[in-house]
Design a protein around this ligand. Structure first.
Ligand code: 6MZ
Length: 370
C-alpha cells in the first residue's frame, strides 16, 4: 500500500467516484488547506517567518512525521502529508497550521481554494465548518475572521467558470478548548449570521479535552434559535459523554468510532445521521483499518450515513478518494455508491424544499453520466 493509499482501490473505482456528484458535510476549513498553500504561507509570514525547513522540523517534532513529495499524474510534484498519526499528534499539527493561517488574507485564500478543490472533485454541495478566531495582534475578531471566509466564498463564485456547480453553507465550530462563554459567543454569532449562509453549529476539537456540559448551553441556544447542530462524538472511548450526546439528539453526529453494544443500539434507535471519515479515522488510529471501519455495519442496517473527508489537507485525501476507499473496502457496487451520494441530500442542514432541489440536481447529473 502506498503512503497515499492509492493502491487500496482501482483506477476505475476512483474514476467512477470522481464523476459522481457528491455532498460534503464534514470538512474543517483549516484542515482542508492545500499542502502547497501551507508551504507558501509559511514563507510569507511577517514578524516570525516559518521557513519550510522550520515547518518540517516543527511537524517532525510534534508529530514525528515529515512531508513527502509524491508525483501525481495531473499536477506538479505535490506535497502530501504521510498518513498515520495519532489523534494527539494530529491536534499538534492543527496548532502548526493555525500558526501560518493567522491573517484575513490567508483565511480568504484557503476558503476560495477549498471550494475550488471541492468543485474540481465534483462536490455539488458543501457544509464547510470552521472555528471563528479572534487574534487581536492581527486586528482579527471572530466577526472579521468570518468576513474573510465570506470574502473567500465570494472570490470563488467571482472567479470560477463552474461557480453554479457548488452550493455552500457554513457551520461554525466550537473548539473543545473553549469556555462556556466563548462557546456562547460563537453560538450567538451563528444565529446572527443565519441569513448569510450559516446553517448550523458544530462541536469539535481534541476529544480528550474538556467536558460536554461546558458547551451544552451554547448548543441549546443555537437549537432554540432554529440552527441545526452537529457534534463530534465517540472519536475516543468516552462512554458517559457519548451517551449524554446521544441523549441530547444532535441533528447529525461525526465519527462515533468508539462504541459498546449499548451505545451502538442507542445510536441505531436514534436514527441520527452519521458523518463518517474513513481516512481520518484510520490515520488517527481511531479505527484499526478500512476493512474494520464501522461504516460497513451501519450502512448495512440502513442507518443514515454520509461519507466525508474531515481534513483533506491533513489526511491527503478527497471526497472521491473516500468513496473509492469505501467501494474497495466494503465491496460497494456503482449503484450503491450512487445511492449513498444521493441520500446525503436528506441529511444536509438545508430546508426540505432545498434538499429536494439538490437531490433532483444530483439525479439529473447522474442521468447524464449513465
Ligand atoms: C475533532 C477536528 C478534527 O476550525 O481551524 N478538527 N476536531 N476531530 C478531528 N478529527 C481529526 N479535525 C479537525 O479547522 C481545524 C480545526 O478543526 C477541528 C479542530 O478543532 C481543528 O483545530 P478550523 O477551520
Amino acid at each position: 500500500m502506498g503512503a497515499d493509499g492509492t493502491s487500496l482501490f482501482t483506477p476505475e473505482q476512483l474514476a467512477f467516484c470522481q464523476a459522481l456528484p457528491k455532498i460534503e458535510l464534514h470538512a474543517h476549513l483549516n484542515g482542508s488547506i492545500r499542502p502547497s498553500t501551507m508551504e507558501e504561507l509559511s514563507q510569507q509570514l511577517d514578524g516570525a517567518p516559518i521557513s519550510l525547513p522550520e515547518l518540517q522540523r516543527l511537524i517532525r517534532q510534534t508529530t514525528m512525521i515529515g512531508f513527502h513529495f509524491l508525483p501525481l499524474p495531473s499536477a506538479s510534484p505535490t506535497l502530501l502529508l504521510a498518513a498515520s498519526r495519532t489523534l494527539g499528534e494530529c491536534f499538534k499539527l492543527f496548532d502548526v497550521i493555525h500558526r501560518i493561517t493567522t491573517t484575513h488574507e490567508a483565511i480568504q485564500r484557503i476558503t476560495r481554494e477549498v471550494l475550488e478543490d471541492m468543485a474540481a472533485d465534483n462536490v455539488v454541495y458543501a457544509e464547510l465548518r470552521t472555528t471563528p478566531k479572534a487574534r487581536p495582534e492581527q486586528g482579527m475578531t471572530k466577526e472579521s475572521y468570518l468576513d474573510a471566509v465570506f470574502r473567500g466564498i465570494a472570490d470563488y463564485y467571482a472567479s470560477s467558470r463552474r461557480a453554479a456547480d457548488i452550493q455552500v453553507r457554513l457551520l461554525l465550530s466550537i473548539d473543545r478548548r473553549q469556555s462556556a462563554e466563548e462557546a456562547m459567543d460563537t453560538a450567538r454569532l451563528a444565529v446572527q449570521l443565519k441569513d448569510e449562509g450559516v446553517a448550523g453549529l458544530d462541536l469539535s476539537g481534541n476529544p480528550s479535552v474538556g467536558q460536554w456540559g461546558t458547551w451544552r448551553p451554547a448548543l441549546d441556544y443555537a437549537r432554540q434559535h432554529g440552527l441545526k447542530v452537529t457534534v463530534h462524538a465517540g472519536e475516543v472511548w468516552n462512554p458517559e459523554e457519548t451517551a449524554a450526546i446521544l441523549a441530547w439528539r444532535p441533528d447529525r453526529i461525526g465519527h462515533m468510532c468508539c462504541l459498546d453494544e449499548t451505545l451502538e443500539k442507542q445510536l441505531l434507535d436514534s436514527y441520527i445521521p452519521l458523518e463518517l471519515c474513513l481516512s481520518s479515522n484510520v490515520c488517527t488510529e481511531s479505527v484499526p483499518s478500512y476493512a474494520a471501519h464501522h461504516f460497513s455495519a451501519f450502512h448495512a442496517t440502513g442507518h443514515p450515513v454520509v461519507l466525508c473527508t474531515d481534513d483533506t489537507g491533513v489526511f491527503a485525501t478527497s471526497l472521491s478518494r473516500e468513496y473509492a476507499l469505501a467501494a474497495a473496502a466494503f465491496g460497494l457496487s456503482n449503484e450503491q455508491l450512487t445511492q449513498l451520494a444521493l441520500a446525503a441530500a436528506d441529511y444536509t442542514f438545508l430546508e426540505p424544499g432545498e434538499q429536494r432541489a439538490l437531490r433532483e440536481r444530483m439525479e439529473a447529473a447522474v442521468e447524464v453520466e449513465r
